[in-house]
Design a protein around this ligand. Structure first.
Ligand code: KDG
Ligand code: MG
Length: 400
């Protein structure tokens, strides 16, 4: 089965997505996600200008060799753009292989380890009370796990908490926001304490610090929220600083998650081998596709670390489909993040996966179960959009 064509589409049904479609001489096609939030055009060019020409004519079933060709065969290996491009090819090829085998993708990976995947979504309010109301609303929709964030008093804008009517992250240039660690560290224990009191013991609560703390501050936060029994604390320190987690671990038993920005196994090797985290957040689109995340998951499993894939709304529905098939198979599954996609994106990317009573179901159709409507996508052209950046009150640029 030869690859006859591969095309890249950049569209913006509610937000930007980069999609790769690979066609074969057997009439079977596969699709993959290559979205890198705020850098969409770079990854589209990387694919179109450099990888696609080398893809045409290859055997579509040789997934491993194609992966190695684009990874080992490149002098400039790793990095978010290159790995997202490889991921899109890899996921599209797994889609093709599973369709050709007439099997849902999880069957090719080794079959189901579970019937459904525990999932969490986001509650983010302007105040502690508003956040708590949003947590309750998610439990009423069936969620058994909720990520809890709120605006920080004294900070005009808090990432992920946008005022009603303002589309999140739809900024032509990165918006500059103020970051104040002291206020954040004082506020979060109050927020989590209040929500825990309101919801009782059973609901899983999570929180994301978006890499903003130093190791010592991170250790203090992890220790101070221990009484609230979190499912996890996520991204406490800049993720490239793997050694920082040794210090955090010495001070706290709060479970730790990190890795949504990792793009290879080397980014998390120390964390996994030393058991410094509890959940690894790598997801197919940003870490080299199914082929590579499977390797990360296996190394994680050796060290009692479970998979908790990144599933923000900038992971296209294709990545959700691929991640859910991986989750369905992986023995060391923890939880799957799910932030609802805009309605236009749900139409452009028809998908078999679905949410039911707080669990995600992968679907049973051959392939990863996500399709792409090119004609409809063409009605939503790319719109320049960036994530915020943060500065301290003296103007110093701060970490993402
Ligand atoms: O593109 C960045 C988002 O995916 C990220 O900010 C969301 O931190 C995030 C999360 O945990 O979903
Ligand atoms: Mg995160």
């Amino acid at each position: 089965m030869k690859i006859t064509n591969a095309q890249v589409f950049v569209c913006s049904p509610g937000r930007n997505f980069v999609t790769l479609k690979i066609e074969t001489d057997a009439g079977i096609y596969g699709i993959g996600d290559a979205t890198v939030n705020g850098r969409e055009l770079s990854v589209a060019s990387y694919l179109t200008d450099h990888l696609v020409p080398a893809l045409i004519g290859r055997d579509a079933s040789a997934i491993e060799d194609i992966w190695q060709y684009f990874y080992r065969g490149a002098y400039w290996r790793r990095g978010p753009i290159g790995m997202a491009a490889i991921a899109a090819i890899d996921v599209a090829l797994w889609d093709i292989k599973a369709k050709a085998a007439n099997m849902p993708l999880y069957q090719l990976l080794g079959g189901a380890s579970r019937a459904r995947m525990l999932s969490y979504s986001h509650a983010a309010g302007e105040t502690i009370e508003e956040t708590a109301d949003k947590v309750i609303a998610l439990t009423e929709r069936g969620f058994k796990a909720v990520r809890v964030q709120s605006a920080i008093p004294g900070m005009p804008v808090t990432y992920g908490v946008d005022k009603a009517g303002v589309a999140p992250q739809a900024h032509e240039r990165p918006r500059e926001t103020l970051w104040d660690t002291s206020r954040y560290l004082r506020h979060v224990p109050k927020l989590l304490g209040h929500v825990r009191d309101m919801v009782g013991e059973d609901l899983h609560l999570l929180h994301d610090a978006h890499h903003r703390l130093t190791p010592q501050e991170a250790a203090r936060l992890a220790k101070s929220v221990e009484p609230f029994d979190l499912f996890w604390l996520e991204d406490l320190v800049p993720a490239e600083n793997q050694e920082a987690f040794r210090l955090i671990r010495q001070h706290s038993t709060t479970p730790l998650a990190v890795g949504e920005v990792f793009n290879s196994i080397h980014d998390c090797r120390t964390l996994l081998e030393e058991g410094l985290i509890d959940y690894i957040r790598t997801t197919p689109v940003h870490a080299g596709g199914i082929t590579h995340v499977r390797r990360i998951a296996d190394l994680a499993g050796l060290h009692h670390v479970r998979l908790g894939s990144h599933g923000a709304a900038d992971m296209s529905p294709i990545t959700m489909g691929a991640a859910l098939h991986l989750d369905r198979w992986v023995p060391n599954f923890g939880i799957q993040e799910y932030a609802f996609h805009p309605p236009e994106a749900q139409e452009v990317f028809a998908h078999e996966w679905r949410l039911e009573d707080g669990y995600l179901l992968s679907g049973e159709t051959p392939g990863h179960g996500v399709d792409f409507d090119e004609k409809l996508a063409a009605r939503y052209p790319y719109q320049r959009a960036y994530l915020d950046v943060a500065r301290l009150s003296d103007g110093t640029l701060w970490n993402w």
